[in-house]
Structures are given as C-alpha cells and as structure tokens.
Design a protein around this ligand. Structure first.
Ligand code: MET
Length: 388
C-alpha cells in the first residue's frame, strides 16, 4: 500500500512537471477564433482576410525577431457554444500563446471567461459592447466601444440633414452588442435634442420586419437608427425602403460590411455608418498596410479586416519585446501566456488604426474616428464613402 501510494505520487509529480515543462511551439501559434460559418460569417469573413493578411505581412518582415508566426483558425460559428468550443480547442489542443477573437460581443461574454481562467490573453478584434475588457485581466480589445464610435454617426447625420427632429430606434434584443449600442444611440439622440418617437425590438434571426417597419412609418420620423447584425440589419433596411420610408438611416457597427450589399442591394444606398478605421489614416504603417492590402485584394481594407490585422499585430509586437529579453523558444507556454498578457497591456503600437495602447483593464486607447456612407452603384456593387 505504501509502495502503491508513493508510485501514484511520483506519477502525479511527473505529470505535473511534464505539463509545466511544455514549451511554446515554433512557428509561434496564435489563435484566431472568428465566425467562418453562419450568418455571422458575413462579418467574420473580413476578419479571416485581415488575419491571414497579417500573417503573411508579418512573416514577410521576419515574424517575431526572425521566428515566424502561424495562425491557427478555429471557426466559432455565430453562437456562444461555437465560440466556447473554438476557445477550448485553441487553448488545450492547439496550445496557442494568445487568441484574437471572437467576432461577437455576445460570444465574448461566454468564451472570454474561459481564456481568462486559463490565463490565455484574448484580444477582441470587433467586440464593441460595453464591459468587454472588464470580463477579466486577460481580456483586451482593439475595437473601440460603442460609447466612443456610435455618437459620431448621429452627429454626422445631423450635419447632413439639420432638419432631423424625430427618430426611430431599432435593435436586436438577443444580441449583447446591439443592446449596448442602442443604449448609446438613444442617449446621444436625446443629448442632441432629438425626440425618440419609437423604440422597436427584433431578433438577429428575424427576416420579416413588417411589424417594426409599420411602427416606424406610423411614427413619421426623419431618422431611423438600426443596431443589429449584417443579415437581419440588411433585411430590415431593405423592408423599410420597400414599404416607403424615405428619411435618413444610420446603421450600427454590425452593418459595417459590404457583405451586407447582397442582402439590402440598392436599398443599402445612403446608410450612414460610423467607422473605427479609415484607409486614409495618414500614419506610415497604415499607408503601407493599405498599399499592400489593396494590391492583393483590389480594394481598400474594410474596418473588420483592419481591426483583425491590428489584433494580430498587437500580439506579435508584444511577443517581440518579450523575445528580446528571453528567446520565445526558452519559455514555458503557461509563463509566456502570462508575460504576453502583461506586455500587451503596457505596450504602444503603431497600427493601421493609428497609434494605440490599452488602459490597465485592456480598454483600447485610440484617437481617430470617422463616418462613412454607403453608395450603391446598382443592386450588387457599392462602396463606403468616407465623409468629411
Ligand atoms: N461589434 C459587434 C459586436 O461587438 C460585432 C460586429 S461584427 C464583427 O458584437
């Protein structure tokens, strides 16, 4: 018995020392957990492109002080379970040093706590709901929150049409970001002296918006503000126009993609959307990014691609600093993850978004914001025109 017990103890000790001795793999694995399937892939697709482009761009410049990176993609789908599964695979199976993801705030509130408990740094590439960095010490984001981005759209809409007085606000009540964003929109509208005549709810899974559109038309408003995701948001805008709404439309962050064009087609025309990224941002780093991205994709980088690129860049820049003090190959994975998180939070980064940093909770500090308006040439082709 005594003998058995000591064997067990020895084995346990061996197992834990084995786990503790796990080194980081080369090339350096960085996890990307975004939506590659489901309706949320309308948004995630641009993130995949931005991340892939970052991998190529960074490795072409020597990776991390000469060591290449390797992005490991795990599809989150559009829901919480998919994001949790992707995070778990990246953490335990793929043994990544950190994770860029997920696509939706709704997913982040479920999946980020798992990474936080496992002490794996997370950089949110597009999560804009209030409260994301506060999920835990290991959670930061490169996507400016709704409170900073959304008000710009209302100010611009009022500049384009100073006669706007009455507003209808619509939001997806089953989505954490949309409920957060509508709070900012409603408050900003009131602060600007507008009357919020009606507030309508829908679901991101809805496709028929007759009830909401009827309420909007009855309220006789001059501005409609939509907080939802790309497919539902696109259909809502389309039905608003088809049923006769003629006023201004603001779309929130979930409508900020040309992948919505096939949904609302020519009816996308005129939607005003605030931007956390502009290809015209003048920093040398952004201009080089835009040049190479445009050469490869024959169009300027959209916001979600630029933010995903930035998420990968932040992880890489932080790893470069760590590697200069002690080569990454000499680190144990668990220790490196903790050191990476610390370095992410204290670093300063020259990115496509301009110069950025984080506060101690992991909230993004960014200077420049923009507003664009969708211009459709026909039912299929359109573009985001940046407004002065
Ligand atoms: N900003 C939205 C959210 O946080 C997602 C937009 S899609 C990339 O949920």
């Amino acid at each position: 018995m005594k003998h058995l017990l000591s064997t067990t103890l020895t084995l346990t000790a061996l197992a834990s020392s084995y786990a503790a001795a796990e080194k980081v793999a080369t090339p350096i694995p960085i996890g990307i957990a975004v939506a590659q399937t489901s309706n949320t892939a309308l948004l995630g697709q641009e993130q995949v492109i931005g991340a892939r482009f970052a991998e190529k761009y960074i490795n072409a410049r020597g990776g991390i002080n000469g060591t290449p990176i390797k992005l490991v993609f795990q599809d989150t789908g559009g829901d919480e379970a998919g994001a949790i599964n992707a995070f778990q695979n990246l953490i335990t199976k793929d043994k990544v040093v950190g994770i860029v993801g997920p696509t939706l705030s709704q997913q982040a509130f479920s999946a980020d706590p798992i990474a936080d408990r496992a002490k794996v740094p997370v950089v949110g590439p597009s999560n804009t709901a209030k409260g994301i960095p506060q999920i835990g010490n290991f959670v930061a984001r490169v996507s400016a929150p709704v409170s900073v981005v959304a008000p710009n759209a209302i100010r611009t809409a009022l500049r384009l049409d100073p006669k706007i007085k009455k507003v209808a606000v619509l939001y997806a009540q089953n989505d954490a970001f949309s409920t957060s964003e509508t709070g900012t929109f409603q408050q900003t509208a009131k602060d600007q002296g507008l009357t919020v005549s009606t507030v309508q709810k829908f679901l991101t899974t809805d496709s028929d918006f007759t009830t909401q559109v009827t309420a909007v038309l009855n309220a006789d408003v001059d501005l409609v503000i939509v907080s939802g995701l790309a497919n539902d948001g696109g259909n809502l805008v389309k039905q608003l126009r088809q049923l006769g709404y003629k006023g201004s439309i603001i779309g929130g962050n979930g409508l900020n993609t040309s992948n919505m064009f096939p949904v609302c087609q020519q009816y996308c025309d005129g939607i005003i959307i605030a931007q956390a990224y502009s290809p015209a941002q003048p920093s040398a780093n952004n201009q080089l990014f835009v040049k190479e991205y445009s050469a490869q994709y024959k169009k300027a980088p959209p916001q979600f691609a630029a933010q995903a690129f930035t998420g990968v860049q932040v992880v890489v820049d932080a790893l470069k600093v760590i590697d200069r003090k002690k080569k990454l190959g000499e680190w144990e994975l668990a220790d490196l993850r903790v050191a990476l998180n610390t370095q992410i939070l204290v670093g300063k980064y020259s990115t496509p978004l301009g110069a950025i940093s984080f506060d101690k909770e992991g909230e993004l500090q960014q200077a420049d914001f923009y507003v664009a308006q969708i211009k459709m040439k026909d039912a299929k082709t359109g573009s985001f025109v940046f407004l002065k």
